[in-house]
Structures are given as structure tokens and as C-alpha cells.
Design a protein around this ligand. Structure first.
Ligand code: HEM
Length: 235
């Protein structure tokens, strides 16, 4: 199944991604609030470019449009979070990693299946981000789950159900091997670009995998990412 491949053949990049400074310090609760707001502002720029690219292709691509629901366009959630904190979403200038991500989106705006792969990763990341949101709420004393963490946790208690529905829909699409490879390439690019958001100099997937080779641990990754066995992330 395509989604099994997207998960199993990207586990190493996922492990590298969650170790980066921004996701790593958010899940540990050590990110200062200013850093959280700066992350949201940069994500606003990336997601806004991405949602615009999607809106450019969805009217022409019925099967993808049936899969990517309006509620999965993440820009409005980030705008809501920034508004909650009184930050103007248009005030931020793109950092180098953000600009790289935006350039990649623009360069692939006519490649619907690549965009679908990019979308898979930002939507899938909501699984982990829903745990990050709990830590963030505690760290910045946010009282309501809907204030300030909508981007991290847009679907609340329906997260798992909605993610499973998205994956089933993707697996049900009739895609040739080449088309599946194109979705896969999009997921790979999304991981690499997300990792690079925190890096001053761009590093390719080969460079990242070589750099982290000695510390990658598939067994620990699988154990830590079964949603049934991670009570340390609960609460
Ligand atoms: C603190 C950081 C993170 C934690 C704790 C975390 C944790 C998780 C967990 C628990 C899942 C659910 C696994 C399952 O479906 O059984 C998940 C899924 C996923 N996460 Fe993360 N994650 C983190 C960061 C990221 C980042 C930075 C990205 C992307 C750049 C990402 C992309 C994904 C994707 C695409 C999925 C869907 C399933 C898959 O294809 O592996 N995650 N994550």
C-alpha cells in the first residue's frame, strides 16, 4: 500500500525531523514563547504559498480535490493562532529555509501528485503535533485548546479518525507506479525541506542520512511512534 511505503521508507527522515531544534525544543517544552511565535510566522509563509498552489490545481483534479478537504488547508489555523497572540501574519520575512520551501512549492505548482506528497507530510505531522500542542499549552499557560495551538492540533479529538480516513482515501486512488513514485518524491522533499527550516545551509536527504547514520534507531522509532505506547507524551 502506498501509505505504508510513505511511512516505512521515510522513518529515518522523520526521526531526523523530530530531532531538529524547533520540533525538539517544542516537544521538550524548552522553546521560549517568542520562538514559538516566530515558528508560527514562518509556517504561515510556507503554508500560505502551499495552500495557494493547491487551490491552483484542485479545480482541475477531482480525485485529489476529494481527498484534500478545505479543513486540511492549514493557513487559516496559523492566522488564527497569530491573531490570538496579536501578531500580524504578514509581518514576517522568510528565513532562508522558509524561502527554500516556498521556492520548491512554486517550482512544483504544476505537479499535483508531488503537491499531494507534500500535503501528506504536513497533515501527517498533525499526529505528532497534537502531542506537541499539549506541551505548548502547558509551557505558555494557554487555557483553551483552541487558543494559540490550532495549527499544531487543528482536529482535536478527531485527529486520528481524520488521518485514517485521509490515508484510506489515498490508498484507494488508482495510481500507476510512476504516479506513486511522484507522491513519494513529494513526501521525501517535504521532510528534507522541513528539516532544512532549522539549517543555515541546505542539506540533501543523502547528506542528512549520512550525518545522522550512527544515531538513527528504527526500533526506538517504531516503539515511540505507535500511538498506543507513548504514555510519556500524554497529558
Ligand atoms: C516533536 C516532534 C514529533 C513527534 C513527537 C512526532 C510524533 C509522531 C507520531 C506519534 C505520529 C503518529 C504515528 C502513527 O501514525 O502511528 C507521527 C506521524 C507523522 N509525523 Fe511526526 N512527530 C514529530 C515531528 C514531525 C515532523 C517535524 C514531521 C514532518 C516534517 C512529521 C511528520 C509526520 C508524518 C508525515 C506522520 C504520518 C505517519 C507517517 O507517515 O510516518 N512529524 N508523528
Amino acid at each position: 500500500m502506498l501509505t505504508t511505503r510513505l511511512k516505512d521508507d521515510n522513518w529515518a527522515l522523520h526521526q531526523i525531523a523530530e530531532r531538529q531544534d524547533t520540533p525538539g525544543s517544542l516537544i521538550k517544552g524548552t522553546m521560549p514563547k517568542d520562538g514559538y511565535l516566530a515558528m508560527l510566522a514562518q509556517q504561515y509563509l510556507v503554508n500560505n504559498a502551499f495552500d495557494q498552489a493547491l487551490q491552483g490545481i484542485l479545480p482541475e483534479h477531482q480525485a485529489i480535490a476529494e481527498l484534500i478537504l478545505d479543513e486540511q488547508l492549514l493557513t487559516p489555523y496559523i492566522a488564527e493562532d497569530l491573531a490570538y497572540f496579536g501578531v500580524d501574519p504578514t509581518s514576517a520575512q522568510p528565513l532562508p529555509g522558509t524561502q527554500r520551501f516556498i521556492d520548491h512549492i512554486h517550482a512544483h505548482k504544476d505537479r499535483p501528485l508531488h503537491l499531494l506528497g507534500l500535503h501528506y507530510v504536513r497533515l501527517g505531522a498533525c499526529n505528532g503535533n497534537s502531542f506537541v500542542a499539549r506541551v505548548v499549552r502547558k509551557a505558555y499557560a494557554l487555557e483553551s485548546p483552541t487558543q494559540g495551538t490550532r495549527y499544531l492540533d487543528p482536529f482535536g479529538p478527531t485527529q486520528r479518525k481524520k488521518w485514517m480516513a485521509f490515508k484510506s482515501g489515498l490508498d484507494a486512488m488508482e495510481l500507476s507506479q510512476d504516479q506513486q513514485d511522484e507522491v513519494f518524491a513529494g513526501t521525501r522533499a517535504a521532510y528534507v525541506l522541513a528539516i532544512n527550516l532549522d539549517l543555515p545551509e541546505y542539506q540533501s536527504d543523502e547528506q542528512l542520512l549520512a550525518k545522522h547514520k550512527k544515531t538513527l534507531d528504527q526500533k526506538a522509532f517504531i516503539e515511540g511512534h505507535s500511538v498506543h505506547v507513548q504514555p510519556e507524551l500524554e497529558g
